[in-house]
Design a protein around this ligand. Structure first.
Ligand SMILES: NC(=O)c1ccc[n+]([C@@H]2O[C@H](COP(=O)([O-])OP(=O)(O)OC[C@H]3O[C@@H](n4cnc5c(N)ncnc54)[C@H](OP(=O)(O)O)[C@@H]3O)[C@@H](O)[C@H]2O)c1
Length: 216
């Protein structure tokens, strides 16, 4: 992955650090983005090779400024790994609150903002890759976590729509992939390895594909 620049959107969780570590170990230049300065500082301490940017990815103007800053410091990106998510329950359909929806919808809004902003980079790259982590709740939604399942379903569909665009615009070079997990805890290193492998797979094999991640 030498010479490839990969932006991780929402990089300060355990999974973000694991993906950053795997990508830097594979030779990629990692641009890590988070909303909190202390989270980014902790990430730099854990994975010293990363470049960090603080940005509220739910704010389209802030994302435009991020694109300019990343292009100035790291050039065009070859990869976007979007990890902003979060979980809220509610117990029943009646318990699916607007407040929880606003929180969960943040994952989808940040995905829309970042994919629209970096789409041209990914299409122009000789090996453009987009990846998200979706949930088994998309196929098996429950009343008690309907907000969560709906937000993840929207993100899942959005990435497969991006994949259809890649099939048209960059069929030999770009791919958008949805990893699917039940619980991510314990699978972070596997996720990092799977993200790196996206660059050795032929685009047609991983574009628009939902790849389950299960414990080894
Ligand atoms: N955890 C699970 O069991 C599980 C299961 C299925 C799917 N997933 C999916 O896997 C992905 C990663 O999950 P995770 O639990 O590791 O991480 P997460 O808690 O969902 O969030 C990861 C990151 O999002 C960042 N973030 C939140 N709002 C932001 C904003 N407005 N702008 C920029 N960054 C923002 C946080 O940074 P700050 O702290 O700096 O705000 C944090 O680094 C998510 O898409 C999640 O839905 C997780």
């Amino acid at each position: 992955m030498g010479g490839r620049a990969v932006l991780i959107a929402g990089a300060t969780s355990t999974s973000g650090a694991a993906v950053a570590r795997a990508l830097t170990a594979a030779g990629a230049a990692v641009v890590a983005v988070g909303a909190r300065a202390d989270g980014l500082e902790a990430l730099r301490a854990a994975v010293p090779d990363v470049t960090t940017h603080r940005c509220d990815l739910a704010d389209p103007d802030a994302v435009d400024a991020l694109v300019a800053a990343v292009h100035a410091s790291s050039g065009r990106v070859d990869g976007l790994v979007h990890l902003v998510g979060g979980w809220r329950g509610g117990g029943s359909i009646a318990g699916q609150s607007d407040e929880d929806w606003d929180f969960l919808d943040r994952g989808f809004r940040t995905l829309r903002n970042t994919t629209r902003a970096f789409a041209d980079d990914l299409v122009a790259s000789p090996a453009g890759r987009l990846a998200i982590v979706s949930s088994t709740s998309v196929e098996s939604p429950t009343a008690g976590a309907a907000n969560y399942a709906a937000a993840k379903a929207a993100a899942d569909a959005w990435v497969r729509a991006v994949a259809q665009g890649f099939r048209k615009d960059a069929p030999d070079s770009a791919a958008a992939t949805v990893f699917v997990v039940g619980v991510l805890a314990g699978l972070e290193e596997q996720l990092g390895d799977a993200v790196v492998r996206l660059w050795s797979a032929p685009p047609a094999d991983v574009n628009g594909v939902r790849l389950p991640l299960t414990p080894r």
